[in-house]
Design a protein around this ligand. Structure first.
Ligand code: NG6
Ligand code: CA
Length: 529
């Protein structure tokens, strides 16, 4: 028997065939949404400062939870032992020692990363992400003449790939204590203009020296210029009173701003750089944390940081985003006790070892200066584990380019290595085989890690910053030292004399890395000139 099918029915059948599976399968057909990326960068937080890295004198349940739900790296690094160069490298994927002017930025520093520079933010922005930085910037604002505090503050983050920013412009021991929202100082009253400078504006301007007895936290070195909120700072400022914040409110404000950003963008892929100021000086957390640790304000600031991490995770949970968000937790440099204020950090430290078992801290190229907590969590996508792979904050630009399947022009992210598989805990993933770390960049101090070997090179023959018994001290060390981190993680035994061949190979490797201008392999030959 012949079945007759009318042309109309044929058309309908054809349409159905072309339109794909039935309604219920539609989601399965769509390409997976790109994961959100949240980078939480702590400030001056050491390897041993959180309980999941061995701290016993303080408990950090939220950071510990992040670690237990993700990968806790035992060999995670930042690329420098001070703030500005690490942040520069995290954003640009380039070693900071390659670029002049990337050391600790003064209050009136112009924008250090020039517009047109590819950054992790611009890459993600081009990939369809909404991008924001909330927190400490410390990478300068404005053109060559520096920040125009009463006018448009550009260039800044918005000119290098961020759609929005809500910033502490420098670091909070430097003036001024105002928020910068996008291109403007927030709440600035034009009739009370903000002036920022290096010189005392008038002979009767109160300073930490002239009004020391009025301070709520005394200074120990530097930090004795303009007073705000009972704390004297580095640098001078006048005006902008309506715009000034209280140190105690910074963390709450940044959590609030992050919540707004995540809520606004919950349906789009987003990138949030949450740049905490904890546990940098002046350590003045919100009153509700005062006395909550046994370690004074430094410990209380660690608790505040942990609270922030908890709030961010809760937001992601509430908005059902945890399974679609890669969260990276890291620090910008190792720990320091007395960094300019008498806040009792050293006196109250007890048995706590902020740098874990490592030597050195902030300002140092010993492991304690740059080996820091480093956690990656992506619920559902990352199997919880502990990893010994070597990864660094400088690797995030290339690794997220890989994650979001975006090409990287050859001339960008020149020292950023693809460690995505290590970040995601893939079996047989490779971490870095070598890494160069630096101090603040002015003194020509380099640490080259290659396998388990670590070479120290000091170009200037003067004393170096080393933390001894938790105190920052200047000690004399030779121009080169060699350690084997597998046997001697505390870098106590300089074995350069016993391994002259290894030392020579590493000196050559370091010289070649500095001279060559890049360490990321040129992969995309079509883009190479
Ligand atoms: C140093 C400051 C220190 C801190 C540091 C920057 C003095 C004596 N020391 O110059 O207090 O501000 O710069 O820290 O002024 S960082 O983490 O932002 O790099
Ligand atoms: Ca820092």
């Amino acid at each position: 028997m012949r079945i007759r099918v009318s042309p109309a029915v044929l058309c309908l059948l054809l349409l159905l065939a072309l339109s794909g599976p039935a309604k219920g399968d539609k989601a399965a057909q769509q390409p997976a949404r790109k994961p959100n990326i949240v980078v939480i960068m702590a400030d001056d937080l050491g390897y041993g400062d959180v309980s999941c890295y061995g701290a016993a004198s303080i408990q950090t349940p939220n950071i510990d939870r992040l670690a237990s739900e993700g990968i806790r790296f035992t060999q995670g690094y930042c690329s420098a032992s001070t703030c500005t160069p690490t942040r520069y490298s995290f954003l640009t994927g380039n070693y900071a020692f390659r670029a002049k002017g990337t050391g600790i930025a003064p209050p009136n520093a112009p924008a250090i990363i020039k517009p047109g520079t590819e950054t992790i933010a611009s890459l993600l922005q081009q990939g369809g992400y909404r991008t924001a930085v909330v927190g400490k910037w410390h990478l300068g604002l404005g053109g060559e003449s520096g920040p125009a505090w009463n006018d448009e503050l550009k260039p800044g983050p918005l000119e290098i790939g961020f759609d929005s920013c809500f910033l502490l412009p420098t670091t909070n021991d430097r003036v001024p204590q105002v928020y910068v929202e996008d291109h403007r100082v927030l709440n600035l009253d034009p009739s009370d203009p903000l002036w920022v400078g290096n010189k005392r504006p008038s002979m009767d301007h109160p300073t930490g020296k002239t009004h020391r007895d009025t301070l709520k936290m005394d200074w120990s070195h530097g930090h004795n210029s303009t007073i705000h909120n009972g704390i004297s700072r580095i640098g001078f400022y006048t005006g902008g009173h309506a715009a000034r914040f209280r140190d105690e409110d910074l963390a709450d404000k940044w959590v609030e701003k992050s919540r707004e950003f995540i809520a606004e963008n919950r349906d789009k892929p987003f990138f949030l750089f949450f740049a905490s100021h904890d546990v940098h000086v002046p350590r003045m957390p919100h009153e509700r944390f005062h006395g909550k640790s046994a370690m004074g304000f430094r410990g209380d600031s660690i608790l505040q940081l942990d609270w922030c991490v908890g709030e961010l995770m809760e937001m992601l949970d509430e908005m059902s985003l945890s399974e679609n968000t890669l969260v990276v937790f890291c620090s910008d440099n190792g720990p320091v006790m007395d960094d300019g204020y008498k806040d009792g950090a050293l006196e109250k430290v007890g048995q706590h070892r902020a740098g874990g078992s490592f030597t050195g801290g902030k300002y140092s190229i010993y492991e304690g200066g740059t080996r820091t907590p480093f956690i990656a969590r992506w619920k559902g996508a990352i199997q919880p584990s502990v990893s010994e792979k070597v990864v660094c904050t400088i690797d995030l630009p290339t690794s997220v380019a890989k994650l979001t399947e975006q090409p990287i022009p050859d001339q960008t992210f020149t020292d950023s290595i693809d460690v995505l598989d290590a970040l995601l805990g893939k079996p047989n993933a490779a971490g870095r085989d070598h890494l160069v770390v630096q101090d603040n960049g002015h003194t020509g101090s380099f640490g080259l890690r290659s396998g388990d070997w670590k070479l120290h090179r000091y170009d200037k023959n003067k004393s170096r910053n080393v933390v001894v018994e938790q105190e920052l001290r200047k000690v004399r060390v030779p121009n080169f030292q060699l350690f084997n981190l597998a046997d001697d993680p505390a870098e106590q035994n300089n074995i350069l004399g016993e391994h002259p061949d290894v030392a020579q190979r590493m000196k050559d490797q370091l010289r070649q890395i500095i001279a060559s201008g890049r360490t990321r392999e040129v992969l995309n030959t079509t883009n190479a000139d």
